[in-house]
Design a protein around this ligand. Structure first.
Ligand code: DAH
Length: 339
């Protein structure tokens, strides 16, 4: 019996040494340690031994089982390593393949110009305020000296949600919020989206962006407005830029004006960017109307102020020479990556 056990052990170890895969090892395990294995058969015969022989043979049987189990474990580890090495060799990276392109995003021109504006005005001591895009007609019109039935309401074809609630058609609404929420001195700009029921074409969109400005303090005059806008224009369009004020009408300012900058491409002599004019219109402005101050709780006898509002698309298009506004909203990377 002892000889039989030794033979089983020797055969098993040889089979393990020959095994080449995890499956081979599993087959060895089943045939040498399984229920139908010679080892099990030998151990089943223990009954025929004398009581003295039994523990000796039992111990030998166990040691054979242990030796086979250990050898299987060892071989399993070795084969695992070999299989991994083979797999790594097969799956090596082919460094000659062209690399996957990783594209890098950048700010949309509307965002970058808006941030540039913010930086310029922050540098002059303004702070930045935000206002809601859904407004009541009070903030969009009434408080801006445009009562119901005033013809100026029709000029800005507005999206109404109810009779009294609408999408703001101008960022001038933020003037009213700023005056209601703060005591003078007030110095804020407020960039954001505005909406008008306009059909889409090269220069119109039902949604666009404006940036409002408001300054209220004692003794503010039109010359403060001029100085502020001149400084802005020089920083936005270049040191040589000049500005020009043309009389205009807005219900919420008196006097009111439109402001042009000298063409930064031709310097004023006339070119395709300024359409031969030498000047480019960039914003509307004026001295805040006493009615507007009064409605928002500011005494026009004590305080005065100026306001201005500009279209951000217009500035972007002028600065980058873009002739069709729709390009700004199409999100075509080939277009956007140029700026
Ligand atoms: N809200 C005007 C518009 O959308 C622009 C404007 C004009 C704003 C004069 C002002 C201003 O603050 O003083 O056309």
């Amino acid at each position: 019996m002892k000889a039989q056990l030794e033979k089983v052990k020797a055969e098993a170890l040889e089979a393990i040494a020959k095994a080449e895969s995890a499956q081979d090892l599993e087959n060895v395990r089943v045939s040498y340690l399984g229920k139908k294995s010679p080892l099990t058969a030998v151990l089943k015969n223990m009954g025929s031994l004398t009581p003295e022989e039994r523990p000796v043979m039992g111990a030998l049987g166990n040691s054979v089982r242990e030796a086979i189990t250990n050898a299987l474990e060892e071989a399993k580890k070795e084969i695992g390593k070999k299989e991994l090495a083979k797999k790594l060799e097969k799956e090596t990276i082919d460094v000659t393949l062209p690399a996957k392109k990783c594209s890098c995003g950048k700010l949309h021109p509307l965002t970058s110009i808006q941030r540039e504006m913010e930086e310029i005005f922050l540098g002059m001591g303004f702070s930045i305020a935000e206002g809601p895009e859904v407004e009541t007609d009070y903030y969009n019109f009434t408080a801006l000296n445009t009562p119901e039935f005033h013809p100026a309401r029709d000029v800005q074809d507005t999206f109404y949600i109810t009779d009294k609630v609408l999408l703001r058609s101008q960022t001038s609404t933020t003037q009213v919020h700023a005056m209601e929420e703060n005591k003078p001195p007030i110095r804020v700009i407020s960039p954001g989206r505005v909406y008008r029921s306009d059909a889409v074409d090269a220069t119109h969109s039902p949604m666009f962006h404006q940036c409002e400005g408001l300054v209220i303090d004692k003794g503010i005059t039109m010359s403060d407005l001029k100085g502020t806008l001149l400084l802005f224009a020089k920083q936005m369009f270049g040191e040589k830029t000049e500005i020009r004020f043309r009389p205009h009408h807005f219900p919420f300012t008196e006097p009111s004006c439109e402001v042009d900058v000298s063409c930064f491409v031709c310097g004023g002599s006339g070119c395709s960017v300024c359409k031969g004019e030498g000047w480019i219109e960039i914003l509307g402005a004026g001295m805040v109307h006493p009615n507007v101050l009064r409605m928002s709780g500011i005494d026009p006898e004590v305080y005065s102020g100026f306001a201005f509002g500009m279209g951000i698309e217009r500035i972007v298009m002028t600065k980058f020479g873009i002739s069709d506004m729709r390009l700004l909203y199409e999100n075509d990377v080939r277009f956007l990556s140029q700026f």
